[in-house]
Design a protein around this ligand. Structure first.
Ligand code: MN
Length: 748
């Protein structure tokens, strides 16, 4: 884990200033060293005789802050303000803003003012006064972003030295760091700052939890270091063959981000498999995609984990390619690929922009990236209530939470990515269980859609609803919704659960690779079920069926009983091998649904068949499923042609068409679609494909390559697209790439 280098303790030592000046001198930038030295001497004179709680002379703190400011690459005035930031507040009888302005100029004075707490606020309530200060800081920051950079450096040093404070002060400072400053650093894309602030705050907020995670990390890191070294060497060797200039490193996630996954998302340490990541840093964007191609050639990728933040950067300007692959030992790990520019922005965020780009254009760019701050201030000017202010601040800073309103105006907060089904269960299990549809801002919306902060959501229920669908278990994000759905199945659907659970268990036993009769399998299952305390086999099937017991939990016992059983019959029966374990094909949830009229009706619960992935523009037909609304296929899907032959189901096929009315054409709706490419293998092929898609702003959801012959290869892509016209334009663009022989729509 990378952290900013802590500063030395011997703060009163003059050599420390000399070495800071030396570093700035050698930085290749035009620092005004004379002005910086003057700022230091002035601050030292003003703070003379003042001491910190640790007993150190007060000047230690401004020196440390100025050092951190300089390490971010900020300019002369920022470094001066780092030295002077506490003078106006702490030495009111010796200096004031006017003096600072006359000695160091308007900019330094403005920065120091932004960093000085409000004077003489006539507010009784301490909490309210405190919020006023944060509001003032945000206001100053909206005028000049350097204010918040310096404020974050100030906070970082205070956190590093927090142990000297009283316990109550430690807690409030740590809490504020966690609630306000770390999210601010995150929004500004300053990952190193954010991680260090969070880790320090956690040490005070939950010291035992911090230790627990820290010990776990150390242990697991010890166990996996050889593995990482091997993978690193292996990848390095392959990349070198492609003549790419690269740097390879691996990093462990920060203690706090693992802590959050464990305690907020209810996972055990072993369930966090992305706790380390391999990072590849290359020179150009094109090389990022080439490197991605190499990784996907070497390892099997985990479906649904590929993210292209290069063509679609995060709101805080973060860019990288992320993919999760499975190593040769079956251990999944994340790979991040980026250029050096992207790397600096990932570590320093907007401060890196400050560091590397100057001039009008980047100023406009930064202003645009920061427009959220002024929006926040605007809404805050009208809100007088500090609680309300804090609430709004949190809504804006806590990116990973979604705040959704009920029609009555109650706010429900859910983890980001939660669906309308999660929302229904968050209100009440009775609402979730009777849910038949949902309206978002008055529009009928498919229930697996993810609402955004600020949406007004109304859940449509029906007394005649037959209850939740099993598919929902795979859709919901919150553990609350999942457990409520399981409870329902446990109570209401024993017969059905037994069928589902039995099928699961039978399938697992079949996978052990030996042909057995159903009654033989049942014998094995019963033995295993007794070992988990269930005397009746149906109880076991029921528990697996409603999801109370996962098949993977009982798997080792099944295996064990299977081995015993096979040993018993080994002498009388020759072993018959069965087919190899099927490799699961990559399936993705469709990102958007809806916009379909079934039998003349709008707003039916629909899902799109995965066999043919219909797109707006295709002729379609609906099939009423038993579990989950209407499944929509292309009319020429092989499954439809075969299915229509079946007399029994004739009545379940329904006329379907796309709703083309303007209000239903959601411009953001994206459908997943498969493409099959036949191509000549070429070093730049994958890079060209991914760049073509990025140029067209088409998101790439998965990519799989297969060698066909010495030079030929078959590539399966899944892309997000709007409709058949859009899809055809993507195909045309791909066909124009010289080494591609054909690009067609995937069937089945
Ligand atoms: Mn300070």
């Amino acid at each position: 884990m990378s952290e900013m280098r802590p500063v030395a303790d011997n703060c009163a030592d003059v050599s420390r200033i000399e070495s800071l000046l030396e570093t700035l001198k050698n930085s290749g930038k035009n620092y005004d060293l004379d002005k910086i030295k003057r700022a230091y001497l002035y601050a030292e004179k003003l703070h003379e005789g003042q001491f910190r709680n640790s007993g150190d002379p007060y000047i230690c703190h401004p020196i440390a802050v100025a050092e951190i400011v300089a390490s971010l690459g900020l300019d002369t005035d920022s470094v001066c303000a780092g030295f002077l930031h506490d003078t106006v507040e702490d030495c009111p009888d010796k200096t004031n803003l006017g003096l600072i302005r006359s000695y160091f100029g308007d900019d330094v004075a403005m920065l120091v003012d932004g960093l000085t707490k409000m004077e003489n606020i006539n507010i009784e309530d301490k909490e309210e006064a405190h919020m006023e200060n944060i509001r003032k800081m945000l206001l100053a920051m909206s005028k000049d972003i350097r204010v918040i950079f310096i404020k974050l450096c100030d906070r970082l040093h205070n956190m590093r030295t927090l142990s000297a404070k009283r316990e109550a002060k430690q807690r409030t400072t740590a809490l504020e760091t966690m609630n306000v400053y770390a999210p601010l650093a995150h929004r500004l894309g300053m990952q190193m700052m954010k991680h260090e602030l969070e880790n320090l705050a956690l040490q005070y907020l939950d010291p035992i939890g911090y230790e627990e995670v820290n010990t776990n990390i150390a242990e697991k890191y010890g166990q996996t270091r050889d593995f990482l070294e091997n993978v690193r060497a292996y990848i390095g060797e392959k990349l070198a063959e492609y003549n790419i200039h690269f740097t390879l490193e691996y990093r462990v996630k920060s203690v706090y981000s693992i802590y959050r996954k464990m305690f907020n998302h209810n996972k055990t340490f072993d369930e966090i498999y992305d706790f380390y990541a391999l990072r590849i840093i290359v020179d150009t964007e094109l090389e990022c995609y080439t490197a991605l191609g190499v990784i996907h050639e070497l390892f099997k990728s985990v479906p649904g984990r590929f993210k292209d933040y290069i063509s679609t950067p995060k709101p805080n300007m973060y860019q990288s390619l992320h993919t999760t692959v499975i190593g040769r030992a079956g251990v999944p790990f994340e790979v991040q690929i980026r250029t050096w520019d992207m790397h600096h922005i990932a570590e320093y965020g907007i401060a890196a922009h400050w560091k590397y780009k100057t001039g009008q254009q980047s100023k406009a760019e930064i202003d645009q990236k920061l427009s959220w701050i002024s929006k926040l201030i605007d809404t805050e000017n009208s809100a007088a209530d500090p609680d309300e202010f804090m609430h709004a601040l949190k809504i804006d800073l806590f990116h990973d939470e979604t705040f959704v309103f009920t029609p009555k105006g109650d706010v429900i907060s859910m983890p980001q990515g939660s669906t309308l089904i999660d929302f229904a269960y968050a209100i009440h299990s009775g609402v979730g269980n009777k849910m038949v549809g949902a309206k978002v801002n008055g529009m009928i919306t498919p229930i697996d859609r993810v609402p955004q902060t600020g949406d007004i959501v109304e859940i449509l229920t029906s007394a005649s609803s037959k209850g939740p669908s099993r598919d929902w278990l795979g859709i919901v994000r919150t553990s609350e919704a999942r457990s409520k759905i399981r409870q329902w199945f446990k109570k209401e659907k024993r017969a059905e659960n037994i069928v589902v659970g039995k099928a699961d268990v039978m399938r697992e036993i079949t996978r052990f690779g030996r042909q057995l009769t159903d009654s033989q399998k049942a014998e094995i299952a019963l033995a295993a079920s007794k070992r988990v305390g269930m005397q009746d086999l149906d109880d076991l099937y029921n528990a697996i069926g409603y999801g109370g017991l996962s098949v993977s939990k009982i798997l080792p016992k099944l295996r064990d009983e299977f081995d015993k059983y096979v040993k018993q019959i080994a002498e009388t029966e020759p072993q018959i091998p069965t087919e190899a374990q099927q490799v699961k094909t990559a399936t993705h949830k469709r990102t958007h649904t809806g916009g379909i009229i079934i039998d003349g009706e709008v707003g039916c619960a629909v899902k799109f068949a995965k066999c043919c992935n219909p797109l707006p523009g295709d002729s379609v037909v609906g099939f009423v499923t038993k579990g989950f609304g209407v499944s929509v296929h292309k009319k020429d899907c092989p499954n439809v042609i075969a299915g229509m032959q079946n007399e029994e189901n004739r009545g379940r096929w329904k006329e379907a068409r796309w709703d083309d009315t303007a209000e239903n054409q959601d411009s953001r709706a994206v459908f997943e679609s498969g493409i099959v490419i036949e191509a000549e293998n070429h070093i730049m092929l994958l890079a060209e494909i991914t760049t073509a898609l990025a140029d067209m702003k088409v998101s790439l959801l998965s990519i799989n390559t297969q060698k066909r012959s010495a030079t030929g290869m078959l590539i399966h892509l899944t892309v997000g697209c709007k409709n058949t016209d859009h899809f055809n334009s993507i195909l045309a663009r791909l066909r124009s790439i010289s080494n591609i022989h054909s690009a067609t729509r995937a069937i089945g």
